[in-house]
Design a protein around this ligand. Structure first.
Ligand SMILES: [Zn+2]
Ligand SMILES: [Zn+2]
Length: 188
């Protein structure tokens, strides 16, 4: 059985799956999820992927594989780039409420564990969020051979007529050149 998970429904009710006992599983498809991210992370495209929820004797094993596109700046020339990333989820989620007794579970034995809500809902959002943050590229480039910024004028060294006379550059002239490059706003 495959269900679709939409943006408003990253919380999945797993009470039925828990009741089926060890070995049971559900496959979910995640489509077109857009999340606000923390810090400097920006999504330039939706999160897509699939998740398997497998009943263990303690709770659920949550495994998934996703793709997304992050917005970033080229580490050499600072142009905006869209970086495709892939990430996985592999976590065990444990109940907060005992399914048979209905009583709260002692969570102190496993304080770091991912927990289901007290309505037996699994929230996929924090798991996806963490996966994205781990997938963040360290030094993205706009293209593999990006030459970066010119060390003389600070402009984009890949622009056509980019040549400087040899020898030391007058700092005032350098500032003027940098200003002109900025003013042209050549963005590609
Ligand atoms: Zn670049
Ligand atoms: Zn230059």
């Amino acid at each position: 059985m495959t269900r679709r998970v939409h943006e408003s429904a990253l919380e999945v009710n797993v009470a039925g799956l828990l009741a089926e006992g060890p070995g049971a599983h559900r496959d979910l498809t995640v489509r077109d999820i857009r999340l606000p991210l923390d810090d400097d992370l920006v999504l330039a495209g939706p999160v897509e992927g699939s998740v398997r929820l497998a009943r263990t004797n303690r709770g659920l094993l949550v495994t998934g594989r996703f793709t997304a596109t992050l917005g970033a700046s080229c580490s050499r020339c600072l142009t905006d780039v869209a970086v495709p990333v892939e990430f996985e989820i592999d976590e065990e989620a444990l109940p907060t409420i005992d399914l048979t007794s209905g009583l709260p579970v002692d969570t102190s034995a496993d304080p770091e564990a991912v927990r289901l809500s007290d309505h037996h809902e699994l929230d996929l959002e924090p798991l996806i969020r963490e996966g994205i943050s781990l997938a963040e590229p360290i030094a993205p480039v706009c293209r593999p051979d990006c030459p970066g910024l010119c060390v003389v004028c600070g402009g984009d060294a890949s622009t056509g007529d980019h040549a400087h006379a040899d020898g030391p550059v007058d700092p005032r002239l350098e500032a003027l050149r940098a200003f002109r490059v900025d003013g042209d706003g050549g963005n590609g």
